[in-house]
Design a protein around this ligand. Sequence first.
Ligand code: C5P
Length: 205
Amino acid sequence: MIIAIDGPAAAGKGTLARRIAAALGLPYLDTGMLYRAVGRLVLEAGGDPADPVAATAAAKALRAADFARGDLRDAAASKAASQVASIPEVRAALLAFQRQFGNENGAVLDGRDIGTIIFPEADVKLFVTASLEARAGRRHAELCAKGDEVSLEAVREDLAARDEADARRAAAPLVAAADAILFDTTEMDADAAFARALALIEARV
Ligand code: C5P
C-alpha cells in the first residue's frame, strides 16, 4: 500500500504521515529530507544550491547517512532545499530511490509531488493544507522549542517564499493531484488531524 501525502511547507504533513505510518505498520519516508540533504551537501562543499551542475552531482552522491542527519531543518537548509528542488536533474536523481523505498514494503511518503509524479497510482492521496498564519505559527513554535531564536515574521516570510517557488517552478510544481483528498488542518490540532486522516484512509482501502 502506498499513501501519498503532499502539501505546502509546515502544513503538518510530517507529523501526520509519521503517525499514519505507525498506525498502519508501514515504513515512512520524509522526502523533503532528501532535498534538504542535497542542499546541505552543496553548501558544505562551498557551492551554490542554484547551480545545476553542483546540485546534480550532490544528488547523485547522496547517501542514507546524509539525510538521516538531524540538522537539516534550519533556514539555510530549507532555502537550499527549495533551490535544488527546482532543478529537473536533481529530481530525476532522487526519483528511483523514492520509488524503490515505496515498492519494497509499501510506504507512507510525504512531499510535494508524491501523488503527481513519484506514485501517481498511490492507493490514497492526501493534499494537506493550512492557512499561512497557522503554518507559520506552528513552525515558529517548533523552532523556538529547539532554541532557534527566529521571529514569527521571518518564519512566515520563509514559508511564503518557498511555497511560491515550489508552486511556480516548471519541474514537478506543488499541486494537488486530481484524485487527491484535500485536507485542511487550519482548525485542527495534531490529534484531530490524525484521527480524521486515518478515518479517510481506512474508508478508501
Ligand atoms: O517538506 P520540506 O519542507 O522538508 O521540503 C523542503 C523543500 O524540498 C521544499 O520547499 C521543496 O522545495 C522541496 N521538496 C520537493 N519535493 C518533495 C519534497 C520536498 O520539491 N517531494
